[in-house]
Design a protein around this ligand. Structure first.
Ligand code: DX5
Ligand code: ZN
Length: 324
């Protein structure tokens, strides 16, 4: 991920929504986001049918992919995501989120996203309860809680939506690297509240791109206020998701099957030579810090021979967003 603009050590991350950026100078606006230290770009696709507005489509996403290394979260506010999902995947989206309210089967679309090794998301509009997600348990890496009625930037956060954030986190309990996003109405005045509720990714459009704003300062404020909100109400800072921690040291030939099994349950792992002295040739398995306790609790299963690695083939390797 980008380090321009000073990477925060905390947990919360800011996704810059370019919906209200200067569309005639999109490249420049994206560089502004990068230089300002935005962690991701959030790309709003609208079809004039699911929402009363039209934005852009797959070719714009692909064009953006060519000019930035920031991860791209694609938010589909369209009635038939299944028709277009492949184009967004081949265009280089790192995650694709579809609305749970669309009137077509969502499961095949979520599976297609996972099959492409990208993160699959479901978005919930303000009037939709989190329970609407229940049929999709185990298929989702991102829950995007809408803070406004989808369609336009620059609206005020509907504060009732904040109560859905902890419930979204509960929904992802078996996905320790799953992410809760809040989209719409985010700014420095409500970032602390949103952080306290447990959000991982704060999507901000007009708060960053409105004329005259110091984008970098807004990104830093939103991120640090969200972390502070969490710390004030929970006492301990959240663990950054991009820190890797060792969970086990094993014989060389056992490391790869463990890595494959972790991948099958959505947890990326890396295998490195153990630093034991004298050198033993054993391997150390590392996972992202937020998944540590989840993995440790399951180690006895993961280590039990014969390993179930064969079952893991074809499963998605990673939950959440790939780093670039
Ligand atoms: C709304 C979009 C949001 C929007 C956020 O339908 O999904 O991503 O761009 O804009 P702000 O931050 O201005 O509410
Ligand atoms: Zn959005």
């Amino acid at each position: 991920m980008g380090t321009q603009g000073g990477r925060a050590a905390g947990h919360a991350r800011v996704a810059a929504s370019i919906l209200d950026a200067d569309a005639a100078n999109l490249g420049r606006e994206i560089r502004r986001g990068e230089r300002g230290g935005a962690d991701r770009l959030h790309l709003d696709v609208m079809d004039g049918h699911f929402v009363p507005n039209i934005s852009f489509g797959p070719s714009t996403v692909a064009a953006i992919r060519r000019v930035t290394r920031l991860p791209l979260d694609v938010h589909l506010m369209i009635s038939e995501p299944s028709r277009f999902v492949e184009q967004f995947l081949s265009g280089g989206a790192d995650s694709v989120t579809v609305h749970v309210e669309v009137d077509e089967p969502k499961e095949p679309t979520l599976r297609a996203i996972r099959a492409a090794d990208r993160a699959a998301g479901l978005a919930v509009s303000p009037q939709t309860p989190i329970e609407a997600l229940d049929p999709y348990r185990g298929l989702v890496d991102i829950v995007m809680v809408m803070g406004v009625n989808p369609g336009f930037g620059g609206q005020a956060l509907i504060t009732e939506c904040v109560a859905k954030i902890p419930r979204a986190r509960e929904f992802l309990v078996d996905r320790p690297l799953g992410e809760v996003h809040i989209d719409g109405g985010v700014n420095r005045d409500n970032a602390e509240l949103l952080g306290a509720a447990g959000v991982d990714i704060l999507v901000a459009g007009s708060a960053l791109y409105r004329r005259g704003r110091d984008l970098g300062r807004e990104v830093r404020l939103i991120r640090s206020l969200a972390d502070e909100g969490w710390a004030i109400s929970h006492g301990a800072p959240r663990v950054p998701r991009d820190r890797w921690v060792p969970v086990v040291v094993v014989e060389r030939e056992r490391a790869e099957p463990i890595r494959a099994e972790l991948g099958a349950i959505g947890i990326p792992a890396i295998v490195v030579a153990s630093e034991e002295r004298p050198a033993t040739g054993r391997r150390e398995v590392l996972v992202p810090a937020p998944a540590e306790s989840y993995v440790r609790a399951r180690l006895p299963d993961l280590m039990r021979p014969p390993v179930k690695a064969a079952l893991a083939s074809g499963a998605r390797g990673q939950s959440g967003i790939r780093s670039r």
